[in-house]
Design a protein around this ligand. Structure first.
Ligand SMILES: Nc1nc2c(c(=O)[nH]1)N[C@H]1C(S)=C(S)[C@@H](COP(=O)(O)O)O[C@H]1N2
Ligand SMILES: [Mo]
Length: 536
């Protein structure tokens, strides 16, 4: 009698690179099935990558966030996700490598990672018990896949047949065939490909389900009522019409985006509500339909971000449609003693806005429309705040669901807890958009153009100088009011060589931008935007 050894243990222990690769495959499968589970549960933000990434964003110190925004700009989120993927790859390769010798330890490590992902998902605002499901299913998928890193996989028939197998099949002893060279490797590849295929299919299906749901949740199909109080038409000549200078009104898809949301929160307007509460006599709860029933105002307002560096891209102009925020607060009956509106969003972000700045007569809006369309999801659909003259982090809450009247002494918001100023009126600013930095331009008449803004005050003058020479007045395009940016242009007779162009604006109160450079934190950058060019 030949003693039969099970085929599994007959397979050779996998080599280290193979074990590592199967460890990574186990992780990829875990992520794929977790993603699918999150999508089926209708909670894409509970998937391990997004949940852990979001926790990382909220826990990371301000200097790291500043660094990320400065270094990667709009790519900061993809960079974070890639970094996270790299960390997972390294950890899972280590788990795979440990698996042949320390299978229990490997499984424990995998379950530990899954537990972290589950805890991260549960800690997110609005999370419920279903949010652990992706981690649980992912852990199951990972442990299922992991044994392949413990041993080489079962050989294919003919690859390694025991004499016992042949005895049973043919009823008499048969000489086992020589192992087919390469069969083990083929089997490894097949198993690897199967795992990868399952991971990609489940992950891809998850993504597809999520994006299909999202398309139905956003307001693309929605028609907004016309404004009871339309914006004044833009005066002719608000655009300086210089090639390379953006349009006066920024198209929605070109509008800068700044927020802490790793994926765009999708809030179905049918389910959205806004609560107005705190230090008020009559708390209010509004649905989206209630908003549509109220008189809508349309206003031209330029929005800017406090994180914008001198000359930076985080500014945009849009025509917003919304309800009068001050009127809403008055309806609720704000009590004396309140000095702050603490607004919160569906994704758990918050902003503290000085109550005074919303009640002082400016066009503060609870906006639902942007440039004639419902707000795009990335810009806060179903509703967001817009307060002229304040940087976005203290005023422009997207996906807003809650307004609490409170006191600065009692409560702080997302960024003010992280060292940014509580009072953040937008500083007078100007930037050169044409020519571009380090442009090579032919000698002769060169058009220099850009934008300047000083919301609430308005721009009174823009001056340009070259190589530290005398300041010269630029031509201002028409003004659309104090709350919008203003385009400008001038002509410079350029001689060959390297040149430094600088710009500074003066607002309608007579305040001129100071030369002193200060960084964005805590309440906005100052300094003159400077562009170096080569004239040939
Ligand atoms: N929910 C939420 N709203 C938010 C933010 C955020 O991180 N989360 N960022 C704010 C900041 S810092 C700015 S500058 C504006 C930017 O608005 P935009 O992305 O529509 O340009 O949104 C504000 N509203
Ligand atoms: Mo911002």
């Amino acid at each position: 009698m030949t003693t039969e050894t099970p085929a599994r243990s007959a397979a050779p222990p996998a080599s280290t690179p193979v074990s590592a690769a199967f460890g990574v495959l186990a992780a990829v499968l875990a992520l794929g099935v977790a993603e699918l589970t999150a999508a089926l549960a209708g909670r894409p933000e509970a998937g391990p990558l997004l949940a852990v990434g979001s926790v990382f964003i909220d826990l990371s110190p301000a200097w790291l966030k500043d660094f990320a925004i400065r270094t990667f700009g709009a790519a900061d989120k993809p960079v974070l996700l890639l970094t996270l993927a790299a960390v997972i790859a390294i950890a899972s390769a280590a788990i795979g490598t440990a698996a042949p010798r320390r299978p229990r330890l490997a499984i424990a490590a995998l379950l530990g990672l899954a537990a972290l992902a589950g805890a991260a998902a549960l800690s997110r605002p609005g999370a419920g018990p279903v949010d652990v499901l992706p981690a649980v299913v992912g852990a199951a998928g990972g442990t299922f896949a992991l044994p392949y890193s413990r041993r080489g996989p079962r050989p294919r028939a003919g690859g390694r047949v025991t004499p016992g197998d042949l005895m049973r099949r043919y009823g008499h002893p048969v000489q086992p065939p020589a192992p087919v060279p390469g069969a083990d490797r083929r089997a490894l590849l097949t198993h690897g490909a199967a795992l990868l295929g399952a991971a990609v299919l489940s992950g891809g299906a998850g993504r597809a389900i999520t994006s299909a749901r999202q398309a139905s949740a956003d307001g693309r199909a929605l028609t907004l009522p016309p404004p009871a109080d339309p914006a004044r038409p833009l005066p002719a000549g608000v655009g300086a019409h210089v090639p390379g200078l953006g349009p006066f009104t920024t198209p929605n898809d070109a509008f800068y985006r700044v927020d802490t949301a790793l994926i765009v929160p999708r809030v179905p307007h049918q389910e959205w509500t806004l609560r107005v509460h705190g230090l008020v006599d009559r708390p209010i709860e509004l649905t989206f339909a209630d908003l549509l029933d109220r008189p809508l105002a349309e206003r031209d307002i330029t929005l800017t971000c406090v994180s914008n560096e001198v000359g930076g891209p985080y500014a945009g102009h849009a025509r917003w449609l919304g309800i009068d925020l001050a009127a809403l607060l008055r309806e609720a009956g704000v009590q004396s003693g309140a000095d702050q509106i603490l607004s919160r969003s569906a994704d758990g972000w918050s902003a503290s806005t000085a109550l005074e700045s919303v009640l002082d007569g400016r066009d503060a809006l609870l906006a639902i429309g942007m440039n004639g369309r419902p707000l795009p999801p990335a810009h806060g659909f179903p509703a967001r705040m817009i307060v002229p003259g304040l940087y976005g982090y203290v005023s422009a809450t997207k996906w807003v669901t809650d307004l609490k009247l409170t006191r600065f002494a009692a409560e702080r918001a997302y960024w003010t807890r992280r060292g940014w100023a509580e009072q953040a009126p937008i500083k007078t600013a100007s930037r050169i958009e044409v020519p571009k930095p380090f442009a090579e331009i032919p000698a002769g008449a060169v058009t220099v153009a850009g934008t300047a803004w000083a919301q609430r005050r308005g721009i009174a003058a823009v001056e340009v100088r070259v190589d530290g020479g005398p300041w010269r007045q630029a031509d201002l395009a028409a003004s659309a009011g104090p709350d919008t940016w203003r385009q400008w242009r001038t002509t410079w007779q350029a001689a060959p060589g390297q040149h430094r162009i600088e710009v500074r604006a003066t607002d309608a109160t007579g305040h001129t931008q100071p030369a002193e450079r200060v960084p964005p934190i805590p309440d906005g950058a100052t300094g003159w935007h400077t562009v170096l060019v080569t004239v040939t």
